[in-house]
Every structure is written in structure tokens, then in C-alpha cells.
Design a protein around this ligand. Structure first.
Ligand code: SF4
Length: 120
């Protein structure tokens, strides 16, 4: 198998890594630490991401509330989760960490507020 190039997104250094599959295992070079190897294996077998976005909010000085997923979502479901989030409108007051939507799409992941939003 031809070597695949990947950029590690685990920390801001962003190591450029080369990955080659050998049998059932992967040979990784260019990683600055072991987390790069773990990231590579996960990225090639079950890629996932923490989603950060915003939700419509009423009775607030702002029109959008920053939110994020409580844990990572399978990469292939990110657009489905975004569609679900886009149907929501929440009402202030909201506290940072409040659950905006529980168990989105049955993925076992909640959508939580990233900011306090007082009511006006
Ligand atoms: S391999 Fe390690 S040092 Fe390099 S970007 Fe990933 S986490 Fe950071």
C-alpha cells in the first residue's frame, strides 16, 4: 500500500505524518509524540470530530448561541447533526454547559452551550 500523508490535529504543532499499512498494523512516521499514532489509527478506521457551531437564540442580546458536542461525532454524521441543530431555537437565559439537545440523533452525544447568555 502506498504511504498516505496526514496532518495531526491533536495539538497546534500539526505534525505532517506519513502512514503505511503493513498487514493489520500501521507504520507512522513524522509524528512528534505517541498521540499522533493514536490519531492516525483512529482517522483511518473510525474518524470523528467534536462539532462546534451556533444555535438560534431568542430574548438575548445576541442572535446565535455558541454550542458544541459533548464528545466526538462520527465524521460521516456531522452534516446530519448540523441539520438537526439548524432546526433549533433556544430561549435565554442559558448557562454555559446547559444541554441544548440530549442524545442528538441517538448518537449518545449531547449538544451543550459554550457560553452564558442572560435574558434581556
Ligand atoms: S503528533 Fe503529537 S506533537 Fe505532533 S501534532 Fe500530533 S499531538 Fe502534536
Amino acid at each position: 500500500m502506498k504511504a498516505q500523508e496526514l496532518i495531526c490535529i491533536v495539538c497546534p504543532i500539526g505534525c505532517h505524518m506519513s502512514v503505511e499499512k503493513k498487514g493489520e498494523d500501521y507504520t507512522v512516521t513524522g509524528n512528534g509524540c505517541p498521540r499522533g499514532i493514536a490519531y492516525t489509527k483512529k482517522e483511518l478506521t473510525a474518524p470523528s470530530r467534536t462539532l462546534t457551531t451556533t444555535v438560534k437564540i431568542s430574548h438575548s442580546n445576541f442572535r446565535r448561541l455558541p454550542v458544541k458536542t459533548s464528545s466526538e461525532v462520527p465524521k460521516e454524521r456531522l452534516f446530519d447533526v448540523m441539520e438537526e441543530i439548524n432546526t433549533l431555537t433556544v430561549e435565554a437565559p442559558i448557562k454555559m454547559g446547559d444541554i441544548i439537545l440530549k442524545d442528538v440523533l441517538g448518537l449518545g452525544v449531547d449538544i451543550v452551550s459554550s457560553k452564558n447568555m442572560p435574558r434581556v
